[in-house]
Write a protein that binds this ligand. Structure first.
Ligand code: ITT
Length: 187
């Protein structure tokens, strides 16, 4: 079975990847190490730079990937976007809901960017899922902004879905599937 190294501090992201990888007969090896993540308005740049920093400082040998994700809310001019981690740890879900009181435009999307480091260079895989911000938090599963992100096709928030269900719709499964498809060809 092919093994891919996923560098992340976030156990939930690792679990989402691990369960999905089974469909491709791929195993995910979780590596939870410290590295400096830059601030930038573009997720692609952040993900690529993270790979380069890990490479330069020789934090991990061989091939690996990182993933950067963010929630982009239309009526807030795409906030929090690349600043999602900071936003979540400061104002959190209730803070977002407060910012959107009386706002009719609830459109939002999640974006996921994977940066994979091969010997030859870095390749990016992207996934986007559209939805809406709810009026209140719903559901106890998942992590981060899952309780306020409504997936329109299912009429449920990501926090009301099991891990397997979220993997049918999420931004992350889209970027992961692109990467796994490539590796299935390479096996
Ligand atoms: P890394 O170590 O992989 O960077 P992280 O938790 O900092 O882990 P990101 O920078 O990719 O992850 O994500 C920024 C924040 O966006 C994250 O802390 C969550 O609050 C939120 N987020 C990302 N993906 C999410 C998802 O699938 N569902 C809900 N919230 C998510």
């Amino acid at each position: 079975m092919k093994k891919l190294n996923f560098i992340t501090h976030n156990k939930n992201k690792y679990l989402e990847a691990k369960i999905l990888a089974q469909e491709y007969n791929i195993d995910i090896n979780w590596i939870n190490v410290e590295y400096d993540e830059i601030q930038h308005y573009n997720l692609d740049v952040i993900a690529k730079k993270s790979c380069e920093i890990i490479q330069e400082k020789k934090i991990v040998e061989g091939e690996y990937f990182v993933e950067d994700a963010g929630l982009f809310i239309e009526s807030l001019n795409s906030f929090p976007g690349p600043f999602s981690a900071y936003c979540y740890s400061t104002i959190g879900n209730q803070g977002i809901l407060n910012l959107m009181t009386n706002e009719n435009n609830r459109k939002a999307y999640f974006k996921s960017v994977i940066a994979y480091t091969f010997e030859e260079g870095i390749t990016l895989f992207t996934g986007i899922t559209n939805g809406e911000i709810t009026n209140e938090m719903r559901g106890e599963k998942g992590f981060g902004f899952d309780p306020i992100f409504l997936h329109l096709d299912s009429d449920r928030t990501f926090a009301e879905m099991s891990l397997k269900e979220k993997n049918l719709y999420s931004h992350r499964q889209k970027s992961l599937r692109k990467m796994f498809a490539l590796f299935s060809l390479r096996l």
